[in-house]
Design a protein around this ligand. Structure first.
Ligand code: NAD
Length: 489
């Protein structure tokens, strides 16, 4: 098998876009971007520096008064135009998405379509921003509540789905009237770079969205910057802790969309085939690197072995391969370091009593230049063990049996995380009963990803973060509440 290599010339060129200036390099460090399917260097990129962050914030601040004053119907029209551009260029976006992190060509059109959906959905809110009046007491008065933008919002996104994450934030934040400084992730910078180019192409005024590409130093400079009114962070809990400590210096609000170890509860009355297929998506979706992937499978003992057999048989049909090939269903993980971390977790999971049903170590042969792991299923996993409690972020599922609904609920909630939960049952009353008890921001009944539409709120409980993106809650995330009391006496 010969792997297609990413073509540098087709990849976006500007890691820094500030105001109306497209810059081929920042003033920070230089690093080689690696394509994880082959280990090839796509390009050396000179990243932004904290000084570039200062310029980006200044540009956003300069653009803000006019952007905030722009009537909602004009903001709406710009967002609709951007949505159309996303649809029109889905073909050109696909190799960018594949090249930056090894995501699959198969899934790429969906990511552009999803971006278009988000800008249309929130474009539709941009011309419907309303407040409310309050029948207050204590004297004749007219009292009203208005929802106002923060000013400049700083956006920090991870490498695993940078365009998905960036559009999840930018669509509501722009609709609400904020200006943006966004950091493209150093490990997967290209789709966010193209997003900002498309925003310019759609005719958004210069400075409304500014781009800095880079790593922790650039993100930290954004968090510390007094000119940024709010940070929206999508990434790991460990980084979130550093960001919160940093934000304390400027008392800045921080929205957090973090990791997960989402439980999949399979009851004895479930449609077994559907539950196995959907259970497997936890290892496959985003090459096992999705924040809300269901990776902790809890299966009723009455169907435990048949379920495992079906899951394993289905895993055998998942074709690992070249991410550019249209029939590839599993690609690489992001880096050698990530691969080694995941392998270590699996090894320790086996040592702690996990039964390796399928998968295991690094894939060799044609795959040995890239960072490929097979779908790996560990059964009989102790819920207290490291691999059951840690976000693995690779194509790895852990499976644990349960004997009663109460035990299933207790096991599902026995986690530091609370992002998603998946319930498989044909019993309607049980579905609602269990959903009501899940400590998770999003529960899907007999589903495995269909809920990720822009019209519903998405976000975590516990260590998975707080705040919501999607739906009207997503707008509120980027609006400050003001109350005005007018004396009528
Ligand atoms: P990460 O926390 O290592 O990095 C995220 C971003 O933060 C990157 O852009 C990085 O450059 C930046 N950063 C690193 N240190 C920083 C600092 N000190 N100050 C400011 N910025 C800093 O996460 P990752 O490895 O890129 O992404 C994987 C994680 O993201 C997983 O835990 C995953 O579950 C989570 N995630 C969550 C969601 C969600 O919506 N809940 C979506 C996607 C990914």
């Amino acid at each position: 098998m010969t792997f297609q290599q990413p073509v540098g010339d087709t990849l976006p060129r500007y890691p820094v876009i500030i105001g109306d200036s497209l810059e081929e390099q920042g003033s920070g460090e230089t690093a080689a971007h690696i394509y994880p399917a082959t280990g090839a260097v796509t390009r050396e990129i000179r990243f932004a520096s904290p000084a570039d962050v200062d310029r980006a914030v200044a540009a956003a601040q300069a653009a803000y008064p006019a952007w905030r004053a722009l009537p909602g119907d004009k903001r709406r029209d710009l967002m609709f135009k951007l949505a159309s551009l996303f649809e029109a260029q889905a073909q050109e976006m696909a190799p960018i998405l594949v090249s930056e992190n090894g995501s699959l060509s198969l899934a790429a059109p969906y990511i552009s379509y999803d971006a278009a959906q988000k800008f249309r959905y929130y474009g539709g809110w941009a011309d419907k921003i309303e407040g409310r009046t309050v029948a207050t007491w204590g004297g004749p008065a007219h009292d009203y509540v208005s929802y106002e933008p923060y000013g400049v919002v700083g956006v920090i996104v991870p490498w695993n789905g940078p365009l998905f994450a960036a559009t999840m934030v930018l669509a509501p934040a722009l609709a609400a009237g904020n200006c943006i400084v966004i950091k493209a992730p150093d490990l997967a910078p290209y789709s966010v770079m193209r997003l900002v180019e498309l925003i310019r192409q759609a005719g958004f005024p210069p400075g409304v969205v500014n781009l800095v590409t880079g790593g922790a130093d650039v993100g930290a400079a954004m968090v510390a910057h007094p000119g940024i009114g709010k940070i929206e962070f999508i990434g790991s809990g460990a980084t979130a802790q550093k960001i919160l400590a940093n934000a304390a210096q400027t008392l800045k609000p921080v929205g957090l969309e973090l990791g997960g170890k989402s439980a999949v509860l399979v009851f004895g009355d479930a449609d077994l085939q559907s539950a196995a297929k959907r259970g497997l998506t936890g290892a496959v979706s985003a090459n096992g690197q999705g924040c809300v992937n269901g990776t902790r499978l809890l299966v009723e003992r009455t169907i435990y072995e048949p379920y495992l057999q079906m899951l394993t048989a289905m895993a055998g049909h998942i074709k690992a391969g070249d991410p550019f090939a249209g029939d590839t269903m599993l690609g690489p993980v992001i880096s050698e370091a990530s691969l080694n971390r995941i392998s270590g977790l699996v090894d320790r999971g086996v040592a702690a009593g996990g039964r390796l049903v399928t998968g295991g170590g690094r894939m060799g042969g044609d795959f040995s230049d890239g960072y490929y792991l097979p779908i790996t299923v560990l059964a009989d996993v102790d819920p207290a063990s490291e691999i059951s409690r840690t976000e693995v972020f690779g194509p790895v599922l852990v499976v644990t049996p349960f004997d009663s609904e109460e035990e299933a609920v207790a096991l599902a909630n026995d986690s530091d995380f609370g992002l998603g939960a998946y319930v498989h049952t044909t019993n309607l009353a049980r579905a609602h009963r269990v959903a009501g008890q899940m400590q998770a921001g999003q529960v899907q009944v007999n589903g495995s990803g269909e809920a990720m539409t822009p019209c519903v709120p998405f976000g975590g409980m516990k260590h998975s973060g707080h705040g919501r993106l999607g739906g009207i809650e997503g707008m509120r995330e980027f609006q400050q509440v003001k109350n005005v009391w007018v004396n009528l006496a």
